[in-house]
Design a protein around this ligand. Structure first.
Ligand code: NAD
Ligand code: UGA
Length: 477
């Protein structure tokens, strides 16, 4: 077999300094000190935060990220708003911008909004010099690489310094990191996937990863397989959560316990134990948007049955969120109007400050609609972000007693529970595993409830404290 010639990458530019671009490039820079890595973004405040000398001010909270940043930043890792200059200096440009669901026009509610990706392709076409590898890092609909390539290959008004037009190779290299474990996932990935049209380009990118990723974990495919693998990997993961959440509801109805059922299912080596935790529904910026995008693509390619199969995963997820708020109202004698409810956890999962598509949003909105007064606690989620998600300003109160149908943010769980009728645990933060339920019970209004959607509370201690406990997926005898 002949080994193709591929150029060694010396300079990388990543467009998009978000949850993916920032941590991913930080790890590449950390593991490849011989490569200059510049992360660019139009958002000046975000870039300033990435450059902040106080590592607590980084725009993304991820365990271990501060250590990686402190090793690489200023050495061979830079954050900048000089988009054009950084593209011009790069051998390889990663596109890592947002690809949300379209909110209007053709495909609204399902298709990906690719305006930011298209803008990047145009910026690269304008500013690149020589031969540039353009890498799709964002999650994209299958065949987007063809769109990017056609923009890059369109004749530009300018030429580079040598008087020759720049040339491009487009690669797909989707990111599989999960928030909260991003650094671990990047440093020790299950696989790195590279889709390309020619072996030389694929090897140029594989060479970067081979600085720390074992060869057998670097998968090479055609571009379309790579793009589609990312969408479908997320769909499979989300499907597993909707499956176990559907089983949880059946457990509650039949007296079975979803934790025991999950243990039994996961012991089958063909299925495995991961991603079988029942909960309030999946959140995060990607699962829903990626499945909806898949549904849109299936319709586009004339496969309505396949589309409705995957759409059901999202429908079940919506149902789960609504079912939890309905159940809480039902247990509190059919009304929560004027009642204080402590919400423990607003981030979509533990160990992240990200609240995008968090199940807490729908559940909180439902309870506010019912007239509840919410006292929201989260160790990392930012109060302004919560305010944006709930689309209403917080009602600041000393004891957490706002008007009916309002919410307040509290730093301390003790303040959250004072006078509350219920605690609703929505995120599996470690600190909720070791709460002093005896003390909490003395502060709440009796008869008080704990609704645990994540199975983190010590159920024995909750019951011993005289509190009523409802655990998701646990049938009543
Ligand atoms: P994000 O919204 O956190 O960051 C995107 C950044 O791109 C923003 O800061 C925005 O200002 C910037 N941007 C947009 N257009 C730009 C332009 N033309 N020039 C310069 N900057 C521009 O998004 P994210 O969570 O990092 O996700 C990025 C992509 O990665 C998405 O396609 C997402 O589906 C995918 N992804 C996300 C995750 C995750 O855990 N968040 C994991 C895997 C894949
Ligand atoms: C997910 C995938 O796990 C990543 O591989 C992918 O790269 C990423 O989406 C993406 O494309 O954005 P992420 O959303 O960060 O990562 O976090 P997950 O750990 O997958 O959790 C997603 C949601 O599912 C969370 O709300 C979580 O609480 C929920 N979940 C997860 C459960 O309810 N039960 C489980 O067993 C696992």
């Amino acid at each position: 077999m002949t080994i193709p010639f591929f150029p060694s990458i010396k300079s990388i530019c990543c467009i998009g300094a978000g949850y993916v671009g920032g941590p991913t490039m930080a790890v590449i820079a950390d593991r490849c000190p011989h490569i200059e890595v510049t992360v660019v973004d139009l958002n000046e405040a975000r870039i300033a935060a990435w450059n902040d000398s106080d590592l607590n001010q980084l725009p993304v909270y991820e365990p271990g990220l501060d250590a990686v940043i402190s090793r690489a930043r200023g050495r061979n890792l830079y954050f900048s708003t000089s988009v054009q200059k950084s593209i011009a200096a790069a051998d390889m440009v990663f596109i890592s911008v947002n690809t949300p669901t379209k909110t209007k026009g053709i495909g609204a509610g399902q298709a990906s909004d690719l305006r930011w990706v298209e803008a990047c392709a145009r910026q690269v076409a304008q500013s690149a010099k020589g031969h540039t590898f353009v890498v799709e890092k964002s999650t994209l609909p299958v065949r987007t690489a063809a769109t990017i390539k056609s923009i890059l290959d369109a004749p530009q008004k300018h030429c580079d310094g040598a008087g020759t037009s720049p040339t491009f190779s487009v690669l797909s290299n989707p990111e599989f990191l999960a928030e909260g474990t991003a650094i671990k996932d990047l440093e020790n990935p299950d696989r790195v996937l590279i889709g390309g049209e020619d072996a030389e380009s694929i090897e140029a990118l594989a060479d970067v990863y081979s600085n720390w990723v074992p060869p057998n974990k670097i998968l090479r495919t055609n571009v379309w397989s790579s793009e589609l693998s990312k969408l479908t990997a997320n769909a499979f993961l989300a499907q597993r959560i909707s499956s176990i959440n559907s089983v949880a509801a059946l457990c509650e109805a039949t007296g079975a316990d979803v934790r025991e059922v999950a243990l039994a299912i996961g012991a089958d080596s063909r299925l495995g134990p991961k991603f079988l935790n029942a909960g309030p529904g999946f959140g995060g910026s990607c699962f829903q948007k990626d499945i909806l995008n898949l549904v849109y693509l299936c319709h586009h390619f004339g496969l309505p049955e396949v589309a409705s199969y995957w759409e059901q995963v999202v429908k079940l997820n919506d149902w789960q969120k609504n079912r939890i708020s309905r159940l809480l109202v039902h247990k509190l004698y059919g009304t929560v109007t004027g009642k204080k409810i402590a919400i423990f956890g607003f981030a979509f999962k533990a160990d992240t400050n990200d609240t995008r598509e968090s199940p807490s949003i729908r559940i909180a909105l439902n309870l506010i609609e019912e007239g509840a007064k919410l006292a929201i606690h989260d160790p990392k989620a930012d109060v302004q972000q919560i305010s944006l998600e709930l689309q209403t300003p917080r009602q600041e109160t000393t004891a957490g007693f706002g008007p009916e149908g309002s919410w307040d943010y509290v730093d301390d769980v003790v303040d959250a529970v004072k006078g509350a009728d219920a605690v609703l645990i929505l995120t599996e933060w470690d600190q909720y595993r070791t709460l002093d339920w005896c003390h909490i019970a003395t502060l709440m209004r009796a008869p008080a409830w704990v609704f645990d959607t994540r199975s983190v509370a010590d159920s024995l201690k909750v019951k011993e404290a005289g509190l009523n406990l409802w655990r998701l997926g646990e049938g009543e005898d």
